[in-house]
Design a protein around this ligand. Sequence first.
Ligand code: C6P
Length: 405
Amino acid sequence: MYDIAKIREDFPILSREVYGKPLIYLDNGATTQKPRCVVDSIVEEYYSVNSNVHRGVHFLSQQATNLHEASRETVRKFINARSTSEIIFTRGTTESINLVASSFTERFMKPGDEVIVSVMEHHSNIVSWQLQAERKGIVLKVIPMNDCGELLLDEYEKLFSERTKLVSVAQVSNVLGTINPVKEMIATAHAHGVPFLVDGAQSIPHMKVDVQDLDADFFVFSGHKVYGPTGVGVLYGKENLLNELPPYQGGGEMIQNVSFEKTTFNELPFKFEAGTPDYIGTTSLAKALDYVSAIGMDEIAAYEHELTVYAMQRMKEIPGMRIFGEAEHKGGVISFLVGNIHHFDMGTLLDRLGIAVRTGHHCAEPLMTRLGITGTVRASLGLYTTKEEIDALVAGIKRVSMMFG
Ligand code: C6P
């Protein structure tokens, strides 16, 4: 049984009001709200354990280290990696992609070598590669999509050449909600001998992820989008690949021995974790993963799917409604425009009704160009979203539309 009332009680913020109206939080694609156990974990660890990890012989340092490393194991289990050596803690999806872009390019790419991305990528999976294009002369190739927001797999296949060195694609689009067939796309890349990075920022909160089943070479995500804290994220990488990559940043923890003549580097995963990690954040992230696991990722996916189907159907009742993203396989992200109403106006007026949505280009300007628009209003669902909230959104949109005649 999916006990939505009980789930909502775990999130104190959901009972607050804005402008004297009950909060209807539909901006989960930007960040999710936190259950009590996640916030409690932060407070408790600061109050009773806080000490730097991997650095002290004393009791607290060892206890903090144990918590930090236990969290790595929780992440490993959550995405079914083979070993904790494959779990690198970062600041989030963006830092994880930048790490791979920098280290992978340095190790494996020459000027003229190619990376394939898709037209629906978030800026972090475009600009990270463009920086390498400027510095190292690599070339970006782009998988196009159809008008429903589905990637054109035949075109994808045609993009491979002898110079293709990596494919980097989001599992779920943060604008269209499209669930891309990454398992199939990874198999295609591997048939060409090319590794694949999956941007899991928008998939990890909504579906079961098994990196071995996908056969992903890299998988990245942010803690804050999966009901965890801000400032901590994950880079999963296959051990043999990570071993080949040079370090991303220099500092404490990532070294074995340092002299002014020569420095040797620590083993995985520490080679990529320079400086004091956000060990309070990693413990709290593990609490978030335990929390969603206890509900069940399949149960969350089924609940959100039903809600998405309902939301799509209700939204289409609204006169002048244009929905961007109608893929057959679609998650709970609904981008729309109504008539000639500017997305910013719609978002601002919905806000006055207590409804939090995101407006603008959603850090996906090339996708906006493809769609021929400057931005959308985006409602993104979470595990605590209710049908009543969808109804309130639909009523809110109708009310704003009436105001604009
Ligand atoms: N998308 C959104 O409102 P960070 O900021 O590092 O946690 O995540 C970046 C990122 C990367 N890939 C995808 C597919 C994403 O959706 C995001 C973040 C948020 O859509 C904030 S722009």
